[in-house]
Design a binder for this molecule. Structure first.
Ligand code: RTP
Length: 155
């Protein structure tokens, strides 16, 4: 039971409008699936400005905030909830540094983008915000099938 609890960790990963338009949805999903994480929620949607302002509430005072909301509203996004052991921290590592020029090659941003304002994906930055963001984007409607696959990934 104690062992299982870490595997229930969830993170919110989003393919931003530039990632969708550039056809990188499959690539991003593939990397998380191949690593062994489980997709427990997935939808394409065009979030309202109000919803995006909630998601980015802690950035409201930043000078780039209006541009960020405009960019994030420029087309549909793919919102995903991923589950697994240490998925928040590992997910961030897989995305790479927020500024793609500082992202290592081999990371998603390090392989596919250049500008911080067009960095193709989002990932929750703590276990707490993972939970909060999955709830904000999915409500209660995520799946949990970690029990079905435990012997495939975890000891
Ligand atoms: P993220 O949530 O997207 O994974 O990135 P983060 O927490 O590492 O970065 P944060 O500072 O929360 O910024 C969120 C998103 O805002 C855009 N941004 N633009 N133009 C700029 O200087 C600037 N700084 C941040 C980026 O798209 C970043 O992912």
């Amino acid at each position: 039971e104690v062992k299982m609890s870490g595997q229930k960790e969830v993170t919110f990963i989003m393919v931003k409008p530039d990632g969708v338009q550039r056809g990188l949805v499959g690539e991003i999903i593939k990397r998380f699936e191949s690593r062994g994480f489980q997709l427990v929620g997935c939808k394409m949607m065009s979030p309202s400005k109000e919803h995006l302002e909630k998601h980015y509430a802690d950035l409201k005072s930043k000078s780039f905030f209006p541009g960020l909301i405009k960019y994030m509203s420029s087309g549909p996004v793919v919102a995903m909830a991923w589950q697994g052991k240490s998925v928040v921290k590992t997910g961030r590592a897989m995305l790479g540094a927020t500024n793609p020029l500082e992202s290592n090659p081999g990371t998603i941003r390090g392989d596919f983008c250049i500008d911080i304002g067009r960095n193709i994906c989002h990932g929750s930055d703590s276990v707490e915000s993972g939970k909060h963001e999955v709830e904000l984007w999915f409500g209660e409607k995520t799946e949990d099938y970690s029990l079905c696959t435990e012997s495939m990934i975890y000891e």
